[in-house]
Design a protein. Sequence first.
Lengths: 489, 415
Amino acid sequence: MVEVLINGRTVSVAEGTTILKAAEQAGIDIPHFCYHPAFPPDGSCRMCLVEIEGQPKLELSCSTVVRPGLKVLTASPPVLAARRDILEMFLAEHPLDCPICDKAGECLLQDYYQAHSFLRGRFWEAREKREKLLPLGRRLLLDRERCVLCTRCVRFLQLYTGTGELGVFERAVRTEIGTFEDRPVDNDYSGNLVDLCPVGAITDADFRFRTRAWFLDRKPSLCPKCGRGCNISVDVVCGYPLPPRERRLYRIRPRENPDVNGYWVCDIGRYAYAADLRDNRRIQAAFVRNGEETPVPVDEALARVAAALKAAVRGGRAERLAVVLNSSLTNEELSQARELFVSRLGVKNVSFADPLPGQADGRLLTAERCGNARGVADSGFPAADLNPKTWAEGSDAALIFGSHLLDAQRREEIIAGLAKVPFKALFAAHPTPLDGAVDVIVPVSLAAEKGGHLTNVDGRVQAFEPVWPAAGDGLAESVILGRLREELG
Amino acid sequence: MTDRVLSDAYPEGGLWRLDAYLKSGGYEGARKALTGMKPEEVVDEVKKANLRGRGGAGFPAGVKWSFVPRTADKPVYIALNADEGEPGTAKDRAILAHNPHAVLEGLLITAFAVGAHDAYIYVRGEYEALARRLEEAIGEAAAKGFLGARVFGRDFRLDVTVHRGAGSYICGEETALLESLEGRRGEPRLKPPFPAAVGLFQAPTVINNVETLACVPLIIRNGADWFVKLGLPKDGGARVFTVSGAVVRPGLYEIAHGTTLRQLIFEHAGGLRPGRTLKAVIPGGMSAALLRADEVDLPLDFDSLARSGSMIGSAGVIVIDDTANLLVVLNVIARFYAHESCGQCTPCRLGTAWIRKVAGRLVEGRGGPGDLDEIARVAGGIKGRTQCPMGDGAALPIIALVGKFRAELEAALHG
């Protein structure tokens, strides 16, 4: 450990710590644009200059490593003067279009200006004209007038994804970020560039002009799209400025967790999961007859499922029920399901239907594309074989959670198999191609709409809370399983 | 003149051919070092000679070499900085044109001293003919066994590669030069680590200026004491000054350290044209703070100039007489740095642009004395806060100009 004096306070930090990190550990914020904890110091923004006793010049706190007895001042008059000068230079060539900038409210330039200067403008010259709307690839748009050239985006693509789609071009005041010969940014982590950008230079077509940052409620949750269990923030607005009782999801962003996802989340978690939550949800329960759906209250639908289960129990045929679960269920739901179907009813035919595995990408995305595969493996569930022709044969009733039967089997085969079963219930968050082939459909929650625990690919059990209740009449599987258990007594 | 050590070697017709250079005692220094000295002895001799970096920073070359780790598991490289771009400076051009072998011999001795086997000569893009001449000289030296697999028949290899820049001032900054050599955008690196520890291709690297290395053979041949006596105790040898501007005989003058600026201008360069009076001097390339006419009695050496608040820098002396409009001078300086800033760090990228915009307005007659304060204030915001020394280079002449020549500038505003 090394002891240093920061603003007169003794701070003890590990050897090799930079002044900026040491200050951070002591709760002292040193403003910075180019520094990001995921990358080696860059030193280009010069915002983090601090005074070190005995040094003639201000030093970079992002790259200067602590030495015993170092005396650092992070808010002395020379430091504040330097910060104000740098901010003034940034603002001189900045468009100041905060009123229409998506970053407003969570912009470092805005925050630092407020904290450090509030100076009147002294730059009366003509600002450089630059590209305001340059598509970079995927959903990314670049506004070069807002860019402060911190190069976090360039370095992320070099150091994290290794794809290097962005570079620095031109020089002096004409320096700009761009792609090489119009080859776009195209990798599965592109959305992180928007979060990394300290200002509103890189914006997301998905979020652009949709709302203001200060209306957002940033709710912690977990991404269920693969086995990583990335910690995410689901940014939502409930009520004002939306009409009363209206709610909307605006974006998904990573939450920092060095043990799981670092600072990042992949585009599947960010965009595909947001679309899962937002788009085309099943919001009402329904009875289905001859392929026609009739909306019913969800309690009525559940009562009918319970009745079918009871009938099977009465007929002594409960163990021949067919139950299809999925690996997105929480650990709690898995044990509820096990207690109900295996222990209580003695069902032999419990199987799991999940999205087909993909390629692990060596970064965050795992091969399994569901949120709790490890939890299922650890639960010791006796999973039955899912032969498309025989899985439901001889059953009085089939309970199907999720629609991923379709991932491994042809729809026609599944429907042919289902046709032999007298009663079929489907629990799904979205309309599915199986909807017409079942008798009852119950809407369910997605991960952001429930709480519990998921076990990630490394065996780490992570707890999460619901962001908000499910869409429409949707219920968490835990609620559904609890109700069925109650009904059976 | 006894102090002409590099330029004495430029007889009629030049010395760029190897046989001419050999006749003048060429490669004797290298032979002495490689066949009779230990690498540490060479480093010590150069340290004793107080050979300070001729690129502008004035860091003692021997000390720089001694920073190279001797036990590294990585190769040691040499990067010879021939990216002479400081406005008002053309000394390396003359040395490369007339005496390329002196540079190569210096390179060879340096390589031996630091244990390097690969050297890169980074030649300014505009010096195309000089790059070709260097290639030729390398070919000649290799044919004689002064370069290549077995130098002087000893178990010592040195391969030299000439690399041409692409026309950027910043690539003369040593770490930007390394970036450019590695094929990347020429931007200065964050220091530390310094190149002697982590330089080219992440390996220890010695970077020296052309003129610096051209002095090395003379030091080895004639001894450190001879070199120190030529100049000053803390600043050995002579210096090739490029004198340009309002003098009768602009050109290159090799004079010993310690000669005064007044002597250089009025004796060597023939003084000003008839009827003109001296107004200002830029003593060390455009990045140096301007001196007033009454400040020219300074001895020309690193420390004296530094004490005056300016610098000897690359020894490019630009003489400005009373016919010059200092607003134009201001604008020229502002334009240069605003054009050449690499754009990496904020104060230099945006500060130089700000100054250039105001200076451009002033020179067009749209502005007032308040703008001069503004320029000086912005320059003050660049000084000492940038990634590399270019920030100071951009700020110091502006601050000096506005500070020392305020009356003249204001008069020009009204004129």
